[in-house]
Design a protein. Structure first.
Length: 97
């Protein structure tokens, strides 16, 4: 038997799928958006941008901006009782209204 692959994008067919009308479109405004420390953001993975993509287990989480690291942002989230800090690029973040 062949050994099943267990890469970082395994079991993500539905989560990382784009709608047919949005396929291939990457908004430049989403890449250039700026956040301040303390802003509340949702993690919404854009599967067309591989750089700075968080792990798929964090899709849909809401956290707060803790700082900036290069072109990426440090996002603090709570998973159960643990506090985790993710390094995420702005294409995968959306401001909470």
């Amino acid at each position: 038997m062949v050994k099943r692959s267990k890469g970082i994008r395994s079991k993500s067919r539905k989560i990382l799928r784009k709608k047919p009308r949005n396929r291939g479109i990457n908004s430049i405004t989403r890449a250039l958006q700026e956040f301040e420390k303390g802003d509340s953001v949702n993690i919404v993975i854009d599967s067309a941008v591989h750089k700075g993509m968080p792990h798929i287990r964090f899709q849909g989480y809401t956290g707060a901006i803790e700082g900036k690291q290069g072109g990426s942002y440090l996002v603090g989230i709570n998973v159960g009782k643990k506090h985790k800090t993710l390094i995420v690029r702005s294409e995968h973040l959306r401001r909470v209204q």
